[in-house]
Design a protein around this ligand. Structure first.
Ligand code: SF4
Ligand code: SF4
Length: 311
């Protein structure tokens, strides 16, 4: 039997997770807790129930199905008591309105590759492939490694989206079966970084630099978040760091492309997911930066002589 892991989504025909048309496999569990994360269901390494009360039609099927009293009616209102739930899945199986969903399936490498290989023709025609995302794929290292090795053996291009918060040796072990790396750079100041995501940036900056000594294409990604890094100073500091990394890479003389920086505009679309998981959405009051301001920040980054994705 092939290795198994916990996956919360397999997205086919993805065009934002690397070159070409891709299948993105989202693995559960992350060591950072970015308060704006648009995949909050990827943070916990365990399976979770998502409850959307607005979709509930009050049929009572889940109350009957649950042997642990985790679904109750209080004054005519359906309440899901998360503390009592043992994640058996009986209620989600019996709910047909979409109000209850289990997020996180235990799947094998064979299961995942069956879906990934179904779109092999699209990868070949578009220069796409498979991307591992999350969560943080390195938190399920053995499973990620097995997926990447299988994809390479099948001739599928492989990419990884990673937060970089681990030891270099962890990523180094997987590099022989990774074709490109996408990695977040959220702030250059370790304390601001710690306050925003729950950990310092020290290990991340080491990984970013180590990657420059390889021949892997690297895309750095900066989500532009109001109150965290939406200033010319913060973006300028990231661009200056990428400039230094560009110099390191050029000095290798191995023909590897310079690193690219992508600035991603904050959006507030994840509120429903946070509520469904019983989590506080701390980014609920933030306003998205304007498109014009995003372009200004990109121009600023470009002025450091680095490759910046987008208009
Ligand atoms: S997953 Fe099982 S224990 Fe949890 S609420 Fe549903 S039926 Fe009850
Ligand atoms: S089974 Fe679904 S629709 Fe029926 S009461 Fe439970 S949550 Fe609501």
């Amino acid at each position: 039997m092939s290795a198994s892991g916990i996956v919360f989504n397999i997205q086919r025909f993805s065009v934002h997770d690397g070159p070409g048309i891709r299948t993105t496999v989202f693995l559960k569990g992350c060591s950072l807790h970015c308060f704006w994360c648009h995949n909050p269901e990827g943070i916990s390494p365990k399976r979770e129930i998502q409850f959307y009360p607005e979709r509930c039609i009050g049929c009572g099927a889940c109350l009957e199905a649950c042997e642990h009293g985790a679904h109750i009616m209080e004054d005519g209102v359906h309440v899901y008591v998360r503390d009592k739930c043992v994640l058996c899945g009986k209620c989600t199986d019996s709910c047909f309105s979409g109000a209850l969903e289990m997020t996180g399936d235990e799947v094998t490498v064979d299961d995942v590759m069956q879906e990934v290989l179904a779109d092999r023709t699209f990868y070949q025609n578009s220069g796409g492939g498979m991307t591992l995302s999350g969560g943080e794929p390195l938190l399920q290292k053995a499973f990620s490694k097995a997926l990447l090795e299988r994809a390479k053996a099948e001739g599928v291009h492989t990419a990884i989206e990673t937060c970089g918060n681990y030891r270099w040796s962890d990523l180094e072990e997987l590099l022989p079966c990774i074709d490109m790396v996408m990695m977040d750079l959220k702030h250059m100041d370790p304390e601001i970084h710690r306050k925003a995501v729950g950990a310092s940036n020290e290990r991340i900056l080491v990984i970013a630099e180590q990657l420059m000594y390889t021949d892997k294409p690297v895309w750095f990604r900066t989500p532009v978040i109001p109150t965290v890094n939406d200033t010319p100073e913060a973006i300028g500091a990231i661009a200056a760091f990428v400039r230094r990394l560009t110099d390191i890479r050029e000095a290798q003389g191995n023909g590897a492309p310079p690193p690219m920086l992508e600035l991603l505009r904050f959006h507030r679309l994840a509120g429903d997911k946070y509520r469904s998981l019983g989590l506080d959405y701390k980014a609920a009051t933030l306003e998205a930066p304007s498109l014009a301001y995003m372009d200004e920040l990109r121009d600023l980054a470009r002025s450091h002589g680095i490759v910046v994705k987008g208009s």
